[in-house]
Ligand binder design. Structure first.
Ligand SMILES: [Zn+2]
Length: 355
């Protein structure tokens, strides 16, 4: 049975260009997006150099314009130095990203005065996404409430976090959140099977109790986001494995498998992987854009067959149900039967389109 879904929107991907194109670049990363039924990606700013000012934004957008195969927008990274400069770039970016806890790259903000500066100055109508875990998450929800501004909480992974988010929403605070497929489908019990180095990811894979809490609070989860964070196998299997999983090509099949098992509905997917990201991140609709899925097709995930340059997956060998057959973007057939059919540069910057 062929199903037609809207073009999916992934609000959290790392495309590694500029600076680490051996892991991924705008072309390979957006190929992986199309192969996963994703037609619009929001790219994170922790590249080398990080995207924090006009020059670095121009640099990344040049690469994107040349190479992107699906539509996109680029995040700006918050630093202690760009509190006053950042709002001038707000109309050109997906949103502002604040790294408040340790992760891959140099953008962590240690000082709560800097958090408050950005929360106060970044325009309230432009998305502000934060990496904040545990107590940090509680702290940033409190600080954002001082300015009554919306804040989007990235990759929620633990019971205490989703419970705090539920409580914040019940009190009318303007918080939204996303959860990754790997935190929905994996836990620390899977680490031995994945391998210690390969299983490195931030936030870390949590306990089965944490994972179950995400499922039990599904109505509190606004978005599914892959946090696609590719590193090569040599890096993951080396002495200092960097954190991150590729995820763009496995997300929809995993979610469709959960539908076939009765754990999710198709509407749960459409709401969290299209409707809510479009609303929260104020994205334009992509006309004549859809994904055709064979919901019955059973297949086995194999890293070697993926289009991401990472070439591996933490879901190696998983049997899934649901294959992406065809992706149409703005009236053009962009992907069919495993092959990308559009040329580099086909993807549009949805923020420049609006400007
Ligand atoms: Zn990330």
């Amino acid at each position: 049975m062929l199903l037609r879904l809207p073009g999916l929107i992934d609000p959290h991907v790392h495309l590694r260009e500029p600076g680490a194109t051996h892991k991924e670049d705008w072309q390979s990363g957006t190929s992986a997006a199309l192969a996963g039924g994703v037609t619009l990606v929001l790219a994170m700013p922790n590249t080398q150099p990080p995207i924090t000012d006009t020059d670095t934004l121009n640099l990344v957008l040049q690469a994107a314009r040349r190479k992107a195969l699906c539509d996109y927008a680029q995040y700006l990274g918050a630093t202690p130095e760009n509190v006053h400069l950042a709002p001038g770039l707000a109309s050109r970016v997906a949103g502002l990203k604040m790294y408040l806890d340790h992760t891959y790259g140099p953008l962590r903000l240690a000082d709560m005065m800097t958090w408050m500066g950005h929360l106060a100055h970044w325009p309230a109508e432009v998305p502000l996404a934060v990496h904040a875990e545990g107590r940090t998450l509680a702290a940033v929800i409190l600080l954002a409430s001082f300015y009554s501004r919306p804040v989007h909480l990235c990759h929620v992974s633990r019971r205490e976090e989703i419970v705090i988010i539920r409580a914040a929403k019940e009190r009318g605070l303007k918080v939204t959140c996303e959860v990754t497929p790997h935190h929905l489908f994996l836990s620390e019990e899977d680490i031995p099977a994945i391998g210690q180095g390969r299983a490195e990811v931030r936030p870390v894979l949590a306990s089965p109790v944490d994972r179950q809490a995400l499922w039990d609070n599904l109505e509190v989860i606004d978005c599914f986001a892959t946090d696609h964070a590719p590193h090569t196998l040599a890096e993951k299997d080396g002495p200092t494995p960097p954190p991150g999983f590729p995820g763009l090509e496995t997300a929809l099949p995993l979610l469709l498998t959960a539908v076939s098992e009765g754990r999710l509905t198709l509407d749960d997917i459409v709401q969290r992987y299209y409707v809510n990201p479009q609303r929260i991140f104020r994205l334009p609709s992509q006309p004549e854009t859809w994904v055709e899925v064979d919901a019955e097709a059973a297949w086995e995930i194999q890293g070697a067959n993926l289009l991401t340059r990472a070439g591996w997956t933490p879901f190696e060998g998983w049997r899934v149900r649901g294959r992406i057959v065809r992706v149409v973007v703005r009236g053009t057939e962009a992907f069919r039967d495993g092959k990308v059919l559009v040329s580099p540069g086909f993807g549009r910057n949805v923020r420049e389109e609006l400007a």
